[in-house]
Design a protein around this ligand. Structure first.
Ligand code: FMN
Length: 148
């Protein structure tokens, strides 16, 4: 596992995917996932957010490349969801988008607002571009709609 101390001089690896939760995914089950994530992620220098709505997950993972890809492999085979679709995976030289979130759970109805705020606040054009792409992906999927 890589050390993420010097995060500004190395690239941050991102993975964004969406998946379908197993039927019956409720608040308690969601909180179990988040508790596990918050326990493991800081040790691996991973931050991000998990969106859940209409039975669909959307997760943003960022951190050192090896750690993010290893975690994604583990998450992909988790029986609590299926139809895992990798939306984007890239290395970027920039600051983290969510430096303080070991794994934040965001309700689907709020996610567009969270991303739009972050997009307007940042002065980093790369960050702006990434956030804009995430918003577009969300708007294409059911998650972006406010009727869930
Ligand atoms: C949608 C979803 C998102 C997850 N996100 C994370 C995560 O960010 N970090 C993490 O360690 N585990 C996450 N998990 C759980 C992992 O798949 C796996 O169950 C866990 O890492 C195993 O930890 P344990 O060996 O301590 O039980 C997620 C699971 C699901 C279904």
């Amino acid at each position: 596992m890589q050390n993420d101390e010097d995060q500004f001089s190395q690239s941050i690896h991102n993975i964004v995917y969406c998946s379908r939760a197993v039927p019956g995914m409720d608040r308690e089950a969601l909180e179990k996932i988040i508790t596990t994530a918050r326990y493991h992620n800081p040790r691996f220098g991973i931050t991000g957010l998990l969106v859940f709505g209409s039975g669909i997950f959307f997760q943003w993972l960022e951190g050192p490349r090896d750690n993010v890809t290893s975690l994604f492999k583990i998450i992909s085979s988790d029986p609590r969801h299926s139809h895992v679709v990798l939306l984007t995976q890239e290395d970027e030289f920039r600051e983290r988008l969510f430096p303080n979130w070991d794994m934040e759970l965001v309700e689907a109805v709020d996610i567009s607002a969270v991303l739009e705020d972050a997009m307007h606040e940042t002065t980093d054009p790369k960050k702006k571009n990434t956030l804009s792409n995430m918003l577009q992906e969300l708007n294409k999927s059911a998650l972006g709609k406010h009727d869930n």
